[in-house]
Design a protein around this ligand. Structure first.
Ligand code: HEM
Length: 405
């Protein structure tokens, strides 16, 4: 018996020692260095440096000092920040399986755990397909005249008034989002949905303290109410047994097998993703057009030429999908605004295993931040990057990694 115990003990000791030796020498593997950069103070890291100045200045000075990949430590997390198109493509597209989305738990609770933003793999791919399907030309073509009428009624409601552009753009975007998600049924729920979103939005970035009276509590309450409204819409749709071409119809397709909770979380999430982003971009477009009278002139002429040609050919006056294809200048203004304004400066991922990139190690568990704004404002990718110049998009190369004049 003693002999067996001794053998067992020796074998275990040998295995453990061998394991430690293998780890120590990393047989055959060269230990990769971490990216350049500084980690600041223990735990606090460089959080104060980031928050005490314009974050863009923090990122830009790091890029200047260390290049397109560097390490830092923010809000208790070791991070690798990347600011090259290839690195962003690797993290978000080609090797996206190695980098998982990370959000604070409070955000997941608020938008819904089943929403696309918090997932990877098969479920994520399925949702992505469904969202894209309902925003393909075939699906949105038919609602172009309705979108135009939302725009016209917004313009009318502003007549003779001083407006806050961003607020009005939010209302406009919300109405268009509801149209593409619920089709023409949306008018029935518009006001209730608007009220709930208003409360959800107010609490989204608040301290996550769920006690009566706090913004977070009110937002969570609004979130519950949104789920109830959606449950009502789902049940009404199931009774009518019609086919719908909108996003909700796409999610409800039996073949996809999504549960009601998954549908609700994703509808709520998509409205949230679509609203402020698009409203911000529209607001920036107006600002840049006002600051660049020659560009405004070209856009106006392009739009007026479409109206005139419709009048001359006796076509219906309402805007059609085909008309939107005759707006190259307007399209370039949108592309250039997305670049210059870079309304989402960066996003977050977390390495799910040790990853090698450009000879550096991105350790498992570290946050990885593709810095969109730095990519869009780098002279390596865009000549004279601070200049608003829609003509740089005249060459139709729109994928990450191409240089624009
Ligand atoms: C012009 C305004 C917009 C900008 C700048 C923008 C920007 C972004 C960015 C940067 C991401 C990636 C975030 C990440 O992966 O960490 C994203 C994701 C997403 N956006 Fe937008 N977005 C805009 C408008 C919209 C609209 C109108 C919709 C409505 C369908 C939408 C729906 C989504 C969805 C569903 C995702 C998640 C995609 C995925 O995980 O695969 N966005 N958006």
């Amino acid at each position: 018996m003693e002999f067996i115990c001794l053998c067992f003990f020796l074998t275990a000791a040998l295995i453990l020692s061998l394991n430690a030796i293998l780890k120590f020498f990393s047989f055959g593997q060269v230990k990769l260095p971490l990216p350049p950069g500084t980690m600041g103070w223990p735990y606090i890291g460089e959080t104060f440096q980031l928050y005490s100045q314009n974050p863009n200045v923090f990122f830009a000075s790091k890029v200047k000092k260390y290049g397109s990949i560097f390490k830092t430590h923010i809000l208790g997390c070791p991070c690798v920040m990347i600011s090259s198109p290839e690195a962003a493509k690797l993290v978000l597209v080609t090797k996206s399986n190695l980098f998982k989305p990370t959000f604070p738990a409070s955000k997941e609770r608020m938008l819904g755990k089943q929403a696309i933003f918090f997932h990877q793999g098969e479920y994520h791919a399925k949702l992505r397909k469904l969202v894209l399907r309902s925003f393909m030309p075939e699906s949105i073509k038919n609602i172009v005249p309705d979108i135009e009428s939302v725009a016209i009624s917004s313009l009318k409601s502003w007549e003779g008034k001083l407006i806050t552009t961003f607020q009005e753009m939010k209302t406009y975007t919300f109405n268009v989002a509801l149209l593409s998600i619920f089709g023409k049924d949306e008018v029935l729920y518009r006001e209730d949905l608007k009220r709930c979103y208003y409360n959800l939005e107010k609490g989204y970035n608040s301290m996550p303290i769920n006690i009566p009276g706090t913004l977070f509590y009110k937002a969570m309450k609004a979130r519950k109410e949104l789920a109830q409204i959606l449950a009502k819409i789902l049940s009404l749709r199931r009774q009518t047994k019609q086919d719908y071409n909108d996003l909700l119809g796409s999610f409800m397709c039996d073949l996809e097998g999504l549960t009601d909770e998954q549908i609700a979380d994703n509808i709520i999430g998509v409205i949230f993703a679509a609203r402020d982003t698009t409203a911000s971009v529209l607001t920036w477009i107006i600002k840049y057009l006002a600051e660049n009278p020659s560009v405004l002139q070209s856009v106006t002429e392009e739009q007026e030429a479409i109206i005139k040609s419709k009048e001359e050919s006796g076509e219906e006056k309402v805007l059609s999908w085909a008309d939107t294809k005759r707006m190259p200048i307007t399209t370039r203004v949108i592309q250039e605004t997305l670049r210059v304004a870079s309304i989402l400066s960066f996003t977050f991922r977390e390495a799910v295993q040790d990853v090698e990139f450009k000879g550096y190690l991105i350790p498992k568990g570290w946050k990885v931040l593709p810095l969109f704004r730095n990519i869009h404002h780098s002279p390596e990718n865009f000549t004279d990057p601070e200049k608003f110049d829609p003509s740089r998009f005249e060459v139709n190369l729109t994928f990450l990694g191409h240089r624009f004049h």
